[in-house]
Design a protein around this ligand. Structure first.
Ligand SMILES: O=C[C@H](O)[C@H](O)[C@H](O)COP(=O)(O)O
Length: 241
């Protein structure tokens, strides 16, 4: 996180509230993206102020570099084994704490880390809260080999789910395909609205060439939503059942 640019107060409020959940000795998953980056900054401040002893697993090369640069201990998930808590951002959060993630192309590692954790907590600003998932284009990580065929299979699956003619777009940056940390491509599904997220998740996971989609269903335990005035609202799964 660059400290030269002003920190978004809503993201900062959520990040600070999340740092308070961290306990000494924890094995902690670190997310990816601008809100997760602020969390890592605030976490490092507390770790140094209090002499905390943490071991972190990162969801991306970028976050690992940031965290190590701030003096945090980052180890391979294989060596850590299981995590107490993961804190990560999200692109959309619905009322059941289902998420769309992957706007930063990191959702594959993010899902592995989140599901290897006792708890996953999302930090986000109010703008990420939606009634129904799908306005944010759903990221799907695919193998580069035969990716156009995989795209066609995705389009066919969408047709079967009565989501025909929704654009499936290869993500590019500076005119080049975005390559994930795992060396794959990202297809963004412009769905507008997702009527049945579990059904879509199953359909995408069944396609050869799809590595992972950005739907995080029944994974998040708590969402800390920051507001511009610096206040936060906490949405817990238990509250919603
Ligand atoms: O791949 C990226 C991640 O899923 C991010 O956590 C997500 O895109 C949210 O990022 P930000 O906090 O920058 O909005």
């Amino acid at each position: 996180m660059s400290q030269s640019s002003p920190v978004d107060p809503a993201k900062d409020a959520a990040a600070r509230a999340a740092v308070a959940l961290v306990q000494n000795g924890m094995k902690l998953g670190l997310g990816t993206g601008s809100t997760a980056n602020i969390f890592v900054d605030r976490l490092a401040e507390r770790v140094h102020a209090e002499g905390m002893d943490l071991i972190c697993a990162s969801t991306s090369k970028a976050t690992a570099e940031q965290a190590r640069g701030l003096g945090l201990v980052v180890e391979d998930l294989n060596d850590i084994g299981w995590l107490d808590l993961t804190i990560d951002g999200a692109d959309e959060v619905d009322p059941d704490l289902n998420l769309i993630k992957g706007g930063g192309a990191a959702h594959l590692r993010e899902k592995i880390v989140a599901t290897a954790s006792d708890r996953m907590v999302v930090v986000a600003d109010q703008g990420k809260v939606v009634d129904r998932l799908g306005a944010f284009k759903l990221p799907v990580e695919v193998i580069a080999f035969g990716w156009k065929t995989t795209r066609r299979q995705i389009e066919r699956a969408l047709e079967r789910l009565e989501l025909a003619d929704r654009p499936v777009i290869l993500r590019e940056k500076d005119g080049q395909p975005v390559i994930t940390d795992e060396g794959n491509l990202i297809l963004d599904l412009d769905l507008g609205q997702i009527p049945d997220a579990p059904q879509l998740a199953r359909a995408l996971s069944a396609i050869a060439g799809v590595v992972e989609h950005g739907l995080f269903l029944d994974i998040c335990n708590l969402a800390i939503i920051g507001r511009a005035d610096g206040s936060v609202v906490e949405l817990e799964r238990e509250d919603l059942q």
